[in-house]
Design a protein around this ligand. Structure first.
Ligand code: UTP
Length: 272
């Protein structure tokens, strides 16, 4: 039912400068695969076949990555190195990619709104590729798609974080209606620990219904002067229903150096 997955990938990635000066943050590799490929694979596993990517200036490498490189194919065809391209070829065959550019980086809410032309009037998934998730059975997005089939409303993935770190996340509070599923009644973007409604933080996986676009259009810039998806979702929670879902699995914040190194070590151990 959820066929499209939106990847907001226009941010500057300043925490990784100078690496991200000419290379998109989403193309930084954990072992041999760029972050965004992990995200696309998670979306495919969840049943999506259309990847909608919001890029910005200096992000062309993402488009090239999800395309055939004829020269490279020609060079390694029939050699012992050919298998290195198997995984990415498989990804390219299984889905289509479309792109639009966010010309001014006005925040995640604004980036999602920029994707409206690619999504249209249907429910869709959102993956922030710098939140790298892994699970031994089904992926985080796959778990969320199943939940969407039951509740047919917006869903955000949540995780318990140490109280002193609430100022890095959107934080929710709500009533637990099923084990690990919260009907959200409040959401605050990057609250200081003393102002946080809980320690349940939103991570980079969402399922959104298309009415969110109209709500974002009416949402005024919030924290940091940016148009925040958290603020738009709070409006939606007040009008109807938004769920917070404690997913099964592990998440690495690969937008931070600490999280990136931990992810690299984790996937290296897993690959042995
Ligand atoms: P981040 O808060 O991690 O920002 O954005 P960033 O610019 O990528 O990184 P730093 O903080 O400067 O190091 C979360 C996600 O939202 C996207 C980013 O690409 C990232 O996937 N984003 C953010 C946009 O696409 N556009 C924006 O205007 C802001």
């Amino acid at each position: 039912m959820i066929k499209k997955c939106l990847f907001p990938a226009a941010g500057y990635g300043t925490r990784f400068l100078p690496a991200t000066k000419a290379t998109p943050k989403e193309m930084l590799p954990v072992l041999t695969k760029p972050l965004i490929q992990y995200g696309v694979e998670e979306a495919i596993e969840a049943g999506c076949n259309t990847m909608a990517i919001v890029t910005g200036r200096g992000k062309r490498a993402i488009e090239d990555h999800f395309d055939i490189s004829y020269e490279l194919e020609h060079q390694i065809k029939g050699t012992s190195k050919e298998h290195y391209l198997t995984e990415i070829r498989d990804v390219i065959e299984k889905c289509t990619f479309s792109y639009t550019r966010q010309t001014e980086m006005k925040g995640l809410g604004h980036a999602i709104l920029t994707g409206e032309t690619l999504i249209g009037n249907e429910p869709f998934a959102v993956i922030l590729a710098d939140d790298l998730c892994d699970n031994t059975s089904s992926g985080v997005l796959s778990q969320m798609v199943k939940l969407y089939e039951k509740y047919q409303c917006c869903i955000v993935a949540i995780e318990e974080v140490p109280k002193e770190e609430t100022n890095k996340y959107g934080v929710i509070s709500g009533r637990e209606i099923e084990d690990g599923i919260f009907m959200i009644d409040n959401m605050v973007e990057k609250p200081e620990p003393q102002d946080a409604p809980s320690n349940l933080a939103i991570i980079g996986r969402y399922i959104l219904t298309p009415d969110i676009f109209e709500i974002i259009k009416e949402t005024k810039p919030g924290k940091g002067g940016e148009i925040q998806i958290t603020d738009a979702l709070l409006t939606q929670a007040k009008k109807g229903m938004v769920l917070g879902f404690k997913f099964k699995g592990i998440r690495f914040d690969c937008g931070s150096i600490d999280g990136f190194v931990k992810a690299t070590n984790y996937f290296y151990e897993k690959s042995k």
